[in-house]
Design a protein around this ligand. Structure first.
Ligand code: F6P
Length: 363
């Protein structure tokens, strides 16, 4: 049944890191907007870059049909940040934002729907101050967006990370080794903490809790003395030692450059070997966590958020980010996630859950 809708034409883009569930969300927005509200849909390529370059195309029903289970994003994405000066002067900001507003006007958009993480939704909020109507959807495997209880992409990446940790158990046991696995999560350790608990990690290191290698070493040696022939260490890519946490960013960069290792997992593995003498190996799971098809939970969440965004469009409720709130789908003002990262509170129940099953958190 078609309802009368105020919004006639919407532009949709995906920004930031890709993840499973993006196409499910695109489908949710477009199916509801087109089928229920009779809206016209313009697909914008490669995030905000597509608006700057007017790289757009009208999306027809066949374009957003059959994409529910496809990984990645049919629109393409980028990390284009129009409000961030690239050359040092602000001239290019004025130029980029001007180009975005011009494309929005030329296309006759009534609203811009942005699917993305902190950066994408923050840019959307700032564009709303430039007079554009914007609605945001919270996407990221990091689950670090303020204002929503969960982001789509997180559940699928959690399943991938957990499966990888499960696999490491057999090779660690066969070789009587310590295996270090690095999961994504630059500023927040949600993925490492949840996958570490799900996969039975013996040590879990997250950015929120700077680690002391001597405490980790003692934990691993105590495990060995109690007859455990192997250990699994789960590390978020943004984890850092107590010493590094006390450094200025530039000093930390210099310190890390002196001990050139590909990433944190290799650094921690080296530190563990030096501290304990135990044979240790490292694996950085990397972009595998963002690949492949969405799991059922992400498909449901992404579709629900997408259709909720279309409902806001129809009611002309702009300047909002749709959100999972408990068991319900609601929305928050786009100012809520702006410029913020949802890190793990020290009193979050999952930290106590991990500690209660004997996991060392590096402190
Ligand atoms: O945005 C999610 C994320 O996967 C982070 O966890 C990771 O640090 C980052 O993207 C990697 O960024 P890029 O895809 O630009 O290399």
């Amino acid at each position: 049944m078609a309802y009368r809708s105020v919004t006639k034409t919407l532009g949709i883009l995906t920004g930031g890191g890709d993840c499973p569930g993006l196409n499910a969300a695109i489908r949710g927005v477009c199916r509801a907007a087109h089928d229920r509200y009779g809206m016209k849909i313009v697909g914008i390529a490669n995030g905000y870059r597509g608006l700057i370059e007017e790289d757009v195309r009208v999306l027809r029903p066949e374009d957003f049909s059959g994409i529910l289970t496809r990984g990645g994003t049919i629109l393409g994405t980028s990390r284009e940040k129009p409000f961030k000066a690239s050359g040092g002067d602000n001239g290019d900001i004025v130029e980029k934002v001007g180009a975005i507003k011009e494309t929005y006007r030329k296309l006759g958009l009534d609203c811009l729907v942005v699917l993305g993480g902190n950066g994408t939704n923050t840019t959307g909020y700032r564009l709303s101050w430039e007079g554009l109507n914007v609605i945001g959807l919270p996407k990221t495997i990091d689950n670090d967006i303020v204002g929503t209880d969960r982001t789509f992409g997180f559940s699928s990446a959690l399943a991938i990370g957990t499966e990888a940790i499960d696999r490491l158990h057999s090779t660690a046991q066969s070789h009587n080794r310590v295996m270090v696995i690095e999961l994504m999560g630059h500023k927040a350790g949600w993925l490492a903490l949840y996958a570490g608990v799900a996969g039975g990690g013996d040590v879990i290191l997250i950015p929120e809790i700077p680690y002391n290698i001597k405490i980790i070493g003692r934990h691993l040696i105590d495990r060995a003395k109690s007859g455990k022939s192997f250990s699994i260490v789960v590390v978020a890519e943004g984890a850092l030692s107590v010493a590094e946490a006390g450094m200025e960013k530039k000093d930390r960069k210099k310190y890390r450059a002196e001990t050139a290792v590909p990433s944190i997992a290799y650094r921690v593995a080296h530190e563990i070997e030096s501290e304990t003498g135990m044979e240790t190996r490292a694996t950085a799971l990397g972009y595998v966590q963002r690949g492949g098809i969405p799991d059922a939970s992400d498909r449901v969440l992404a579709t629900s958020l997408g259709t909720a965004a279309a409902d806001l469009l129809a009611k002309e409720k702009y300047g909002r980010m749709v959100a999972l709130q408990g068991d319900d789908i609601g929305s928050v003002d786009l100012s809520v996630p702006e410029g913020k990262v949802k890190t793990i509170p020290r009193d979050h129940y999952m930290i106590d859950t991990a500690a209660s099953v004997g996991t060392c958190l590096g402190e």
